[in-house]
Design a binder for this molecule. Structure first.
Ligand SMILES: Cc1cc2nc3c(=O)[nH]c(=O)nc-3n(C[C@H](O)[C@H](O)[C@H](O)COP(=O)(O)OP(=O)(O)OC[C@H]3O[C@@H](n4cnc5c(N)ncnc54)[C@H](O)[C@@H]3O)c2cc1C
Length: 549
């Protein structure tokens, strides 16, 4: 069956690479001006789309499933839930890593699965896993496909297991325990909408929220914009139901236990290599947006902003939910694209010593009970003032929240313009944070016409994450090799200066080569042993994810 043909969609590589369902958007005019200035580009450089990927998808690898295997899979999941056409096989092997998008623009699909299977329920998955384990057919669990680590590729073929078509509902909302049990393929917006209707929120809002699933959040061990208050996904999960080749694991919901280690935790961050998460039980929080206290501050330097942030989080007077600092480059862009540059207020800020190229924005929200939010925000304002920050009102952070998800739509038009645009992120302790930022900026500045913005958005008592967004003109004709070398150098710089491999994107195949060096041989051997226990025939997302075989 060819599902996509029946929907009348364009069956081109471009249809796969595009972010989101919205019509294609252009680049903000302020941003265009900046790109022209920074990279010395003119209108002639933008006349034609660079590597548009507009050809129809055609695979040179036929599906290798045997007719008998296909018939059996159809008998389990229903023939309408098995796709073997080129477009579907290509589509389900891709996430949104920059090099994957380049592949598609170059009309390449090196690692398609042999089929896409959409199971209807947990029992279908149990039968599919049993069958695939006997037949040694690889399985790649697929959620919203927003992975940025090459984790959905199928280098050994097999089936892409689409979790979104049927396993997309809330199973139980337990208002006594304040927890929710949800199927893994439920998307962020559907999940949140339903929780809100019952007066709750899940508190997990990654920038990919619109196109990611609960199972993907857990499997890739993500973090949302309000993680400083609500925690990372691993702080939210209290129980899991997982189908592995070694059997089904269904953990019970408890507040905490001391019955050995919590087995469900090994599946958080397992990236599909151990089994398929079919259901998760998560803590939920009371939804009361009307109580949110918001504030924006400006600091004269990144160092001052970071110092104030550290004091705020270590003070123990309560935590913000959204907590974010933009470095001077991101702050300057925010001022330009919002039309703030050269306004009366901007001139006033400059007179007060908040200079472009140095000044930094900090955004804070505190959620929860009204008096609590007010109390914590009062303390934060006080600490900001003591740290030489200036309160600049609520509207900058509110505007930022309104356009929170739109910047993700800018990468496709930037790539159309021949601009390499990608991100990396890491976790680092306070004592290494500034050194790591300087080293990363120095690395990027070595490349002619390259530009990088940094922000901090997930904050802990002993450190924070760093998020890097870099832009530079592609080396035309050598796009992939050029990107790979540049990206590798930045990862090396991050690790050499005290950063982790990832704070929330995960590892996938892209960062796998750094795993053993970073974790050490003994830790890697332990991960390998866990993998062999749950997946002795190596059928679960095989071929290098997490540095496993
Ligand atoms: C524009 C953009 C912004 C992003 N912003 C953030 C952010 O703010 N925070 C953040 O944490 N991440 C972010 N990401 C990365 C990505 O969105 C997350 O990793 C997300 O959690 C992936 O969820 P998904 O449903 O899309 O999973 P997929 O991309 O489909 O899969 C990701 C991994 O999880 C595995 N998997 C998926 N479902 C299951 C399951 N049910 N059982 C077992 N394994 C499974 C897959 O095999 C794969 O290894 C961003 C990505 C993009 C493109």
């Amino acid at each position: 069956m060819n599902y996509y043909k029946s929907t009348g969609m364009d069956l081109t590589y471009r249809e796969i690479l595009k972010w989101g369902d919205k019509r294609e958007e252009g680049v903000d005019p302020h941003m265009m001006k900046l790109i022209r200035e920074k990279f010395g580009l003119t209108d002639a450089d933008f006349r034609e789309k660079h590597l548009p990927g507009s050809q129809p998808v055609k695979l040179d690898k036929p599906s290798l499933l045997k007719p008998g295997q296909l018939i059996f899979l159809k008998s389990i999941a229903g023939s309408e839930n098995i796709l073997t056409d080129d477009f579907s096989r290509a589509k389900y092997s891709y996430g949104k890593f920059y090099a994957e998008l380049l592949d598609l623009r170059l009309n390449l699909v090196p690692d398609p699965p042999d089929a896409v299977v959409s199971p209807r329920n947990h029992d279908d998955i149990v039968r599919i896993v049993e069958f695939c384990n006997e037949e040694r057919i690889p399985i790649i669990p697929v959620g919203g496909q927003s992975s940025v680590t090459g984790a959905l590729r199928a280098p050994n073929g097999g089936i892409a297991l689409d979790m979104t078509k049927y396993l997309n509902k809330i199973v139980r909302l337990n208002t006594v325990n304040k927890t929710v049990t949800v199927q893994a393929g439920m998307s962020g917006p559907a999940f949140e909408e339903e929780l809100n209707r019952h007066g709750y929120t899940c508190g997990h809002f990654p920038q990919s929220f619109e196109y990611s699933t609960v199972g993907g959040w857990i499997a890739a061990r993500g973090a949302g914009q309000a993680s400083t208050g609500y925690g990372k996904i691993e702080d939210m999960v209290v129980a899991l139901k997982v189908v592995t080749p070694a059997g089904v694991i269904e953990t019970k919901e408890f507040p905490r236990t001391a019955q050995g280690w919590d087995i469900f935790r090994v599946f958080i961050g397992s990236e599909g290599t151990l089994g398929i998460i079919t259901e998760a039980t998560l803590n939920m929080h009371i939804y009361r947006p009307q109580n949110t206290a918001s504030a924006s501050f400006i600091f004269r330097s990144f160092e001052q902003a970071v110092e104030a942030m550290r004091k705020m989080i270590q003070s123990e007077y309560g935590k913000p939910h959204l907590f974010r600092i933009s470095d001077p480059d991101e702050t300057d862009i925010a001022f330009r694209t919002s039309g703030f540059d050269n306004t009366f207020s901007d001139k006033l800020l400059k007179m007060l010593g908040f200079m472009p190229g140095k000044r930094c924005l900090m955004f804070v929200t505190v959620e929860g009970e009204k008096d609590y939010a007010k109390f914590v925000m009062g303390k934060i304002k006080h600490t900001a003032g003591k740290g030489k920050g200036m309160y600049i009102g609520r509207s900058p952070v509110r505007k930022w929240l309104e356009q929170r998800y739109t910047s993700a739509y800018m990468r496709d038009p930037l790539m159309d313009m021949g601009i390499m645009a990608d991100t990396l992120e890491t976790a680092v302790t306070w004592e290494s944070l500034l050194r790591l930022c300087s080293a990363a900026q120095a690395y990027v500045r070595k490349r002619p016409r390259a530009f990088m913005m940094i922000y901090i958005s997930h904050v802990y008592e002993n450190g924070a994450n760093l998020y890097f967004t870099f832009l530079t003109p592609m080396e035309k004709g050598n796009e992939m090799k050029d990107f790979t070398a540049f990206h590798r150098g930045l990862v090396d710089t991050i690790l050499e200066n005290g950063g982790s491999i990832s704070h929330h994107h995960g590892v996938g195949r892209v960062l796998a080569p750094w795993m053993e060096g970073h974790l050490g041989k003994t830790s890697m051997a332990a991960l390998g042993a866990v993998k062999r226990h749950f997946d002795p025939n190596n059928i679960m997302n095989p071929g290098g994810t997490l540095g496993l075989q």
